[in-house]
Design a protein around this ligand. Structure first.
Ligand SMILES: [Ca+2]
Length: 204
């Protein structure tokens, strides 16, 4: 019996890292710095400001010229001719991320005049859903992946975005499957133990 208890403990210890039940991911940007330019995997040209004329449309620019004023200062503007910002979450990629992810991307969207905002997302970075309108104010976009990476693009014209935050956790189904796997491993271990005990009894 003591051996069985030790075996159960060993299986649980072995299963714990594989289940990654504690894995979670969070990314945020208040746009007080230009980290979005490094963390996004693709984006429209950045107009650093102060250089006239601006680059040809579309382009992005950092601004505090939004109503109401944002705090901390800094928001990412999209030119009147448009602009796009592509992320793949986790940023940077996490080779230890579970394949099945679920979560959301929230952000604030400000109208700089007669603006329009949209998003699209993709399971593989190649095939994208049709762009969906976002409107203004705080918005939340559901994220999900079957391959450990969530691709999403924020686009629009004459808008600014701020307080972007992505949160991801393993999809519950993943935990269930991993749990089933752990139970299967435990059962097999116990069966092997029982078989060995039976064989030992026969030999006696
Ligand atoms: Ca800000």
């Amino acid at each position: 019996m003591r051996n069985v208890v030790i075996s159960i403990a060993a299986v649980l210890v072995m299963a714990a890292p594989a289940a990654r039940a504690g894995w979670s991911y969070s990314y945020s940007d208040d746009f007080s710095t230009q980290k979005a330019m490094a963390d996004s995997y693709s984006h429209s040209n950045l107009w650093p400001g102060g250089i006239v004329p601006p680059p040809p449309e579309p382009y992005l620019f950092y601004t505090s010229d939004v109503v109401p004023p944002v705090n901390p200062p800094g928001a990412l503007g999209f030119s009147t001719g448009g602009g796009e910002l592509y992320y793949s979450f986790p940023v940077p990629s996490d080779p230890g991320a579970p394949a099945q992810l679920t979560g959301s991307l929230t952000l604030n969207i400000y109208d700089l005049g007669a603006g329009y905002a949209y998003f699209s997302k993709s399971p593989d970075g190649t095939n994208w859903i049709l762009p969906m309108p976002l409107g203004f104010g705080q918005r939340s976009i559901p994220l999900g992946s079957s391959w450990g990476t969530c691709y999403v693009v924020i686009g629009g014209y004459d808008i600014a975005i701020d307080d972007l935050q992505a949160e991801l956790v393993p999809e519950p189904a993943t935990l269930s499957l991993l749990g089933i796997g752990a139970v299967g491993l435990l059962r097999r271990k116990l069966q092997t133990r029982a078989w060995k005990n039976t064989s030992a009894s026969k030999r006696l």
